[in-house]
Design a protein around this ligand. Structure first.
Ligand code: SF4
Ligand code: SF4
Length: 375
């Protein structure tokens, strides 16, 4: 079977050392085929022709996709394989060969039909209760989860931008999914179409800077979009910010006056903001500036444990996603914090469901909700 060159090159570097057994999915599945090392072994066997694609059974394919693309394996990999890219590109090759899981197929079909992986066909600005500029240098990109599942994040972000005196535009119903769930599940072609639509809309509105409140959107627009632009021959000249970075900048320059947060909090690093994009300190600096008492979880920053939801795992493997979410809640409980703060609508959604399932008193609040309320 043919994989992209990057996957072929990197698969043969693997020393099979198994340092990557830190994988949070492997911890619960406990089968070699669901470990990073096992996945690399499968790729190698397919490349060498030792296993034929037609011999792959359902369980092996399922195990291959039991990966949130969290990147914990990449941090510890002894031969420095860019494992996140390897998993995504290997998935794209498998999908091309027709190996797509039912829930991922549903996401792709819903996204093609409605522009949203949740299949929501409501107007995307249903939550917006004031006017925003039609054209501006700054655009807010809300993304699907903040628009349809954790709308308080979108509402607090636009309120914050207004209060901070930033002139911004928001594409409303002309915004379309950034394509993150499609890129992570190997359905690249659909994501490319979404890239074109968002790109053209930003150009039409005179946008130069894109601000998002979602870690998945941030990763996609800041890291994937320039690569897609290059591949498709588009010029890429946008600056991209996660709203936590913008808040940090405004605090540093003395432009924000915030009240104090007298709480003990722990910070959950979203994989897409932390390991994927190396944004670890800005959200913590904002919390420090608010006077919060931050107590770190045992696994933080580069080693932070995944919430369990990403990479299409929540859609296809609900139980596994919940087990990982409960692990993270247990870790947060040990800190004695009153609140978990994060910077991602998807982490908030999933970890709050895990906290409920565990009967934990802890709840996740997004940084933007805190900042907007204290501004
Ligand atoms: S990216 Fe995360 S879930 Fe996927 S194999 Fe690596 S450690 Fe496991
Ligand atoms: S840590 Fe890297 S080199 Fe070692 S088994 Fe895992 S993927 Fe292979």
């Amino acid at each position: 079977m043919k994989f992209e060159k990057l996957v072929e090159d990197e698969a043969f570097i693997c020393a099979q050392c198994n340092f990557c057994r830190v994988c949070p999915a492997f911890k619960h599945e406990d089968w070699e085929s669901a470990s990073p090392r096992g996945r690399i072994y499968l790729i190698k066997s397919l490349i060498r022709g030792e296993i034929k694609p037609e011999d792959l059974d359902e369980e092996i394919i399922q195990d291959f996709f039991k990966c949130t693309t969290c990147g914990e394996c990449e941090v510890v990999c002894q031969t420095e394989i860019p494992l996140i890219d390897v998993w995504e590109k290997a998935r794209a090759s498998l999908v091309k060969e027709g190996f797509i899981l039912p829930a991922h197929k549903r996401i792709g079909e819903a996204a093609k039909k409605t522009g949203c992986p949740y299949g929501e066909d409501r107007s995307r600005d249903w939550w917006l209760d004031f006017e925003v500029s039609e054209k501006a240098e700054v655009a807010y990109f809300a993304g699907c989860t903040a628009t349809f599942r954790t709308v308080e994040i979108a509402k607090n972000t636009v309120e914050f931008l207004k209060k901070a005196g930033i002139d911004f535009t928001y594409a409303k119903n002309d915004e379309i999914c950034c394509g993150s769930p499609l890129l992570r599940t190997g359905q690249r072609e659909i994501a490319y179409e979404f890239f074109k639509k968002n790109y053209e809309e930003w150009k039409r509105r005179g946008v130069k800077k894109i601000v998002t409140s979602c870690s998945g959107c941030y990763r996609t627009i800041k890291r994937d979009y320039p690569e897609i632009a290059k591949e498709l021959g588009y010029e890429w000249d946008f600056e991209v910010y996660h709203v936590s970075q913008l808040i940090h900048e405004l605090i540093k320059s003395g432009e924000l006056r915030l009240e104090k947060l007298n709480k003990t909090v722990t910070y959950h690093d979203p994989c897409h903001l932390g390991r994927h994009m190396k944004v670890y300190e800005e959200p913590r600096e904002v919390l420090k500036a608010l006077g919060a008492d931050i107590v770190e979880m045992e696994n933080n920053r580069e080693e932070a444990s995944c919430c369990g939801a990403g990479g299409g795992v929540k859609a296809q493997f609900k139980e596994l996603a919940m087990k990982m979410g409960i692990d993270r809640i247990s870790e947060a409980e040990k800190t004695g914090a009153e609140l978990i703060v994060s910077c991602c609508p998807f982490c908030k959604l999933h970890l709050n469901q895990a906290a409920e399932e565990k009967n934990s008193k802890l709840r996740v609040v997004d940084l933007i909700e805190i900042v907007n309320q204290l501004l």
